[in-house]
Design a protein around this ligand. Structure first.
Ligand code: NAP
Length: 316
């Protein structure tokens, strides 16, 4: 039914901080002949049918009366749905093998960083301290993944291939060969109590906001470590720091923060046991993003089902 109404051309608005998506303009023109591309808050952006977004200004999407599709440029859509005025049109996200591969690399690195004591030997090396630690086999290290979606599934599989004992927690029950699965809020404490290295790959929704607080993080065994690749808001950072300082937790790799970039003066940069990385775990290329946005634009024009549509009720 959409077919015929839009006559084969589409107008696209880019909504983000100034300049962020500029490289998409030429790529969209290449993929969608005749497309008009504007950047919010230009007047033409208000008349666009497709909004391509990263942290759009609150209220901006609601001020686009012709809007038919909102497209994220990332896997997560919390940066869009945090605005309660977002209109009820389809919302699509990026699902890309390149993002998945990059995230898996980061998670494997993080698991090995703790498992092979790099967190300790890197600081020992700065002080010229020759110290070896007892080695454990990977099978004796339990890696638990929060979220068994596009990213968690691949990370779980590759961690299991490396020999780690892997478990995962999701909202709905799942079967996964070689991975112990847990689902639902009632199973979270049991999952955490059997996890030596916790990896967060959850979407940020009202149900996962602040999930990793003192009560939850205390369920992890003494000496456990955290790899946070999801969103900063999943962790109550003061609770995490208190558990690191008390010695209950061994360390944390933190890739994401409530406020980004993390200010240079923020104490987390210098907190012993914490390694801050600059939201770098998995970044899609503009080429990959553009190809998916263009494919969904063509589908919108021809009335075909859209790809990677977000369930607005679940929030991911
Ligand atoms: P996804 O495919 O939507 O998977 C989300 C997983 O989380 C699903 O397994 C889902 O359970 C589970 N989940 C959601 N809410 C839950 C809840 N309340 N309780 C238990 N489990 C819950 O997402 P994805 O593509 O894997 O991406 C995950 C997140 O990674 C993104 O939302 C983003 O925040 C983050 N990310 C970070 C970077 C980075 O560079 N740091 C890059 C890309 C993505 P069901 O399977 O039962 O639905």
């Amino acid at each position: 039914m959409i077919q015929g109404q839009m006559q084969g051309v589409i107008s696209v608005a880019l909504l983000s901080r100034p300049g962020l998506m500029d490289s998409m303009k030429a790529l969209l023109a290449r993929e969608l002949p005749g497309v008009t591309v504007s950047s919010w808050p230009e007047a033409a952006a208000r008349d666009a049918e497709l909004a391509v977004c990263w942290k759009p200004e609150p209220g901006a999407l609601a001020a686009m009366p012709k809007l038919k599709l909102i497209h994220a440029i990332a896997a997560g859509v919390d940066n869009i749905l945090s605005d309660p005025t977002v209109p009820d049109v389809p919302l699509c996200r990026i699902v890309d093998p390149g993002i998945t591969a990059a995230m898996t690399e980061f998670v494997l690195w993080g698991a090995l960083y703790f498992h092979r004591d790099f967190d300790r030997v890197i600081s020992n090396a700065r002080e010229g301290r020759w110290q070896r630690y007892d080695q454990r086999a990977a099978k004796d290290v339990r890696v638990g993944i929060l979220g068994l979606g596009e990213l968690g599934t691949d990370a779980a599989r590759r961690l299991a291939e490396l020999g780690f004992t892997v478990s995962a927690w999701s909202r709905s029950p799942k079967q996964f060969a070689g991975v112990r699965t847990f689902s639902g809020a009632a199973a979270l404490d049991a999952f955490l109590s059997e996890t030596d290295i916790l990896v967060s790959l959850l979407p940020l929704t009202p149900s996962t906001l602040g999930l990793l607080n003192t009560a939850r993080l205390s369920r992890l065994p003494k000496g456990a470590a955290l790899i946070l690749c999801s969103r900063g808001e999943h962790v109550v950072m003061d609770d995490l720091v208190a558990l690191l300082r008390s010695g209950h937790l061994r360390g944390a790799v933190l890739d994401v923060f409530e406020r980004e970039p993390l200010p240079a003066e923020h104490p987390l940069w210098r907190e012993p046991g914490v390694l801050v990385t600059p939201h770098m775990a998995a970044i899609a290329s503009w080429e990959a993003i553009t190809l998916q946005v263009a494919e969904n634009a063509r589908r919108l024009l021809s009335g075909q089902p859209l790809l990677n549509v977000v369930d607005r009720a679940r929030g991911y």
